[in-house]
Design a protein around this ligand. Structure first.
Ligand code: ZN
Length: 201
């Protein structure tokens, strides 16, 4: 069965209307809540500014690593949940199909308007495209055109998806892969693209 992204997205968007008294969305057995993307953008882009030009690369690396660890843990929880079992698992024909399942969940979470796999070489390389990523939209709105990619969260998450499927068993597979962002809307490109490959030793 092909992955029905619309079905996954619709189910999550509907399910996320339920909140507990603390605002937590009781889905996927992990902590989910509604969050202003502008708030997260302010924190991460102001963090970059505070670190200064000299430490810019170090700051970007920290943001990407934080996202990769978070993505690794969160999506591990998600794929072990009964919601995944009920909604996504029946559509998966191969282990590799999990990538499309993860991207559909990430779209439903609001991390990008649409996500499309360009190429997946199982165990080696994932290349996907994201339209309207919230980080690029936020960067453009607040700071204008950037000189380099600004979607640190999606960069970390791209690598985390590969870590979960092709890295060592949880929790030992994190950082097996790392991702680059050759195209980013924040740089003036039409979309953002991410390429996750094995990290160099
Ligand atoms: Zn981007």
């Amino acid at each position: 069965m092909a992955i029905d992204s619309h079905k996954i997205i619709h189910a999550i968007v509907e399910g996320s209307k339920i909140r507990d008294e603390k605002g937590i969305i009781p889905m996927f057995g992990v902590y989910l809540s509604v969050y202003f993307t502008s708030y997260y953008n302010i924190i991460s882009f102001d963090f970059l500014s505070k670190m200064g030009k000299r430490r810019a690369l170090e700051a970007e690396k920290l943001l990407i690593h934080a996202a990769q660890e978070c993505g690794y843990t969160t999506f591990h929880g998600i794929r072990r949940s009964w919601e995944w079992e009920e909604l996504v698992q029946p559509m998966l024909e191969t282990i590799d199909d999990q990538i499309q399942g993860f991207l559909s969940v990430a779209t439903a979470f609001g991390w990008g308007g649409e996500m499309e796999v360009i190429e997946l070489i199982p165990g080696n390389r994932l290349h996907f495209r994201v339209y309207e990523s919230y980080e690029s939209a936020g960067y453009l709105k607040r700071r204008g055109i950037a000189g380099s990619g600004k979607c640190f969260m999606l960069r970390g998450v791209a690598a985390a998806f590969m870590d979960l499927i092709y890295g060592d068993a949880y929790p030992d597979g994190c950082f097996t892969f790392s991702a680059a962002e050759p195209f980013c809307r924040a740089k003036g490109d039409t979309f953002c693209e991410f390429i996750a490959e094995k990290s160099s030793p």
